[in-house]
Write a protein that binds this ligand. Sequence first.
Ligand code: ZN
Length: 506
Amino acid sequence: MFKLNKRIITILLSVMVLSTFLFMAFSASGSSQTATSYSYNGTAPKYVFMFIGDGMSFAQINSAEAYLGKAYYEDKKVDVRRLNFSNFPVAGACTTFDATSFCPDSASTATSLSTGYKTHSGTINMDVTKQVKYKTITEMVKEKGYKVGVISSVSIDHATPAAYYAHQPSRSNYYDIALEMANSNFDFFGGGGLLQPKGKAGDQADVLELATKNGFKVVTNKDEILGLNNTSGRVIAMNSVLDSSKALPYEIDREKSDLSLADFTRKGIEVLNNPKGFFLMVEGGKIDWACHANDAGTTIHETLAFEKAVNEAIEFYNQHQSETLIIVTGDHETGGLSIGFAGTGYSTYFDKISHQNKSYAEFDSVIKEYVSKTSKDNAKLEDLLPDIKAAFGLITSKDKDAEIMSDMVLTEYETQRLRAALAQSIVPKSDRKYTDEEKVLYGGYEPLSVTLTHILNNKAGIAWTSYSHTGVPLPVFAKGKGESLFVGYYDNTDVFKKLSSILKLN
Ligand SMILES: [Zn+2]
């Protein structure tokens, strides 16, 4: 009898303890607060790198790793080659939603990373009423004596770089953003150019002249950029080779003699290097653009160019291990990229991506050239097959290499899709009338180019779900002083909070 009572008491006690635990667990899960640590007892790192792969989440990173691992296919062994930053000692993950959307933009997400606040998509470092300006981490460290650098492969007035120096109700205020750069007390701006250096109508004071008056050295020539060092003073360095959006060319299209994102990162480090320390933000901005266009080959090459830029920071870290922190993350995912496709099931063929040697954007130029000399009634896919083979490796069964490149032969279904896409590409953009299905097939892109990348990507076992940003979480990789705070699953605003704790900013 006594024994039984003892057992009942034990069971009752266990139930009570368990329900207390469950209550605590459910209370925690019902809150939007994440259980993450901001407490840091060490001294602040002197050198801080913040790398942001725009549009880069797990699938972008892992598809680059699978692409690099493709050599193993030869002996049928699947493997990946890790990117340098996915090998960092610490990894965490963060959510990216903004004040009004689970599919946020770069303005609001970079605001969260640089100030710790949520805001509207399109807004840079201001609150949802667009009245209150938020102080950025770069302004805070500048006050502490650090030098500050901002680098991007897209134009330096674009949303992500702007979030590290500007405060604007709209990311489209390119001139006002550039004015904030010219009037800032920061030390290095590098990479792409400016979209509106003289205002929207081109009738306002030249921002670069103002910057020069304010003590910046403006350099746009490759040799001058390569000659920069820590005696150059405050610098704005813009690549001499820029696309129509004032961005560096896609890595897949870049002439090897032209400067890369890694070159700008190395120069940024050399200009900023000083005993009081520096904070350098580097954005791989065109990972996002390639993902919007659903072009996996170009995305992978952009991600690898970003990895090379990170390598410059790792080399610096190796010289200053006890004083350096490197963070690598994204701002949001773009394109809904997935490894795996309905048409290929459990199989992937990343080696097929290596046939691509032009971006969708370069192929758009090929189409433009063809359209300029071909009438609508005379256009036929056969005319473009040599260009398609050269750029994407895709061939028809009639091609002379059809036997040796059998895995690159277009199916009848794929060929039909290309014919339908060409029928749209041959029509001036303003005259194209899309069905609902065509809207999903082409988005806002050149129909033939986007159909080619879709087909090549799908053959490789890669698929896309959107031409926009998605709401999937991002990885956060950390290496160096304070790295342990970045373990766990938290929010993008926490990245700022952790950094400001490590840098003793609060
Ligand atoms: Zn985007």
